[in-house]
Write a protein that binds this ligand. Structure first.
Ligand SMILES: C[S@@+](CC[C@H](N)C(=O)[O-])C[C@H]1O[C@@H](n2cnc3c(N)ncnc32)[C@H](O)[C@@H]1O
Length: 214
């Protein structure tokens, strides 16, 4: 069985049994393989723009004798999206991700986006919200000493608050602690009431904010 990094595992956790998934930028194909080996999705398509990356995925899939369609494609361009409801994109920057998602024709049946961007999370959340998706959940993962944010967006009429789009859901105590300890420049800008953590922690932050502003 394929063992995933904590970072990739956080993407898999948002996939449901009936989802029909495309893993855009699959690279070695590990996430797609994990989903199929563990029977976590109804269908998985693995795609990449880079022929070398896709060939690695194809070899890894063959070795395990799995049923995963592979497609060489820039974003969604060459992918048959008629029965795909879920797009996974991770390990790219927000500009590339938004460019891929701007393919409106291909996005018609997509009601779920699982995204892990390398940068510009505020722009990512705001832009995807404008496309009619609701930021439903976020996982904050520390993998090899680096923090990653995996976001789940669901097509919906519901709209996130401005603060949620600016700062994210901040629903992870460990990540909030990291902000307190290491990212005081970010921390000072976040409205205190936005932290969804225990009151004791809230007071700790307030004390810290006061200390910073002095
Ligand atoms: C850093 S790797 C991340 C791989 C994997 N998704 C992960 O999170 O570990 C980025 C992958 O995205 C692919 N990629 C970059 N731009 C792409 C695009 N426009 N369409 C499809 N794949 C793309 C690259 O070839 C590369 O394999």
């Amino acid at each position: 069985m394929t063992k995933l990094s904590k970072r990739l595992e956080s993407l898999a956790k948002f996939v449901l049994k009936n989802d029909r998934v495309v893993d855009v930028g699959c690279d070695h194909g590990y996430l797609s393989i994990f989903l199929v080996e563990n029977n976590l999705a109804k269908k998985v398509v693995a795609s990449d723009i880079n022929p070398n990356a896709l060939n690695m995925a194809i070899n890894n899939i063959k070795k395990r004798n799995l049923k995963i369609e592979t497609v060489l494609s820039d974003g969604l361009n060459n992918i048959d999206m008629h029965d795909i409801n879920t797009i996974i994109i991770s390990g790219m920057g927000t500009a590339t991700i938004l460019h891929i998602l701007a393919n409106h024709e291909k996005m018609k049946n997509v009601n779920k986006l699982i995204i892990q961007s390398n940068n510009d999370h505020e722009l990512l959340r705001k832009s995807i919200s404008k496309m009619g998706y609701f930021l439903t959940d976020e996982k904050y993962i520390k993998d090899k000493d680096k923090w990653y944010i995996t976001s789940l967006f669901i097509k919906s009429d519901k709209v996130n608050t401005k603060k949620e789009l600016e700062w994210g859901l901040l629903n992870n105590v460990q990540y909030n602690k990291y902000l307190i300890d290491k990212e005081q420049n970010i921390l000072k800008k976040i409205p205190l009431g936005h932290f969804k953590i225990k009151l004791s922690k809230y007071f700790k932050i307030r004390k810290l904010k006061k200390a910073i502003s002095r």
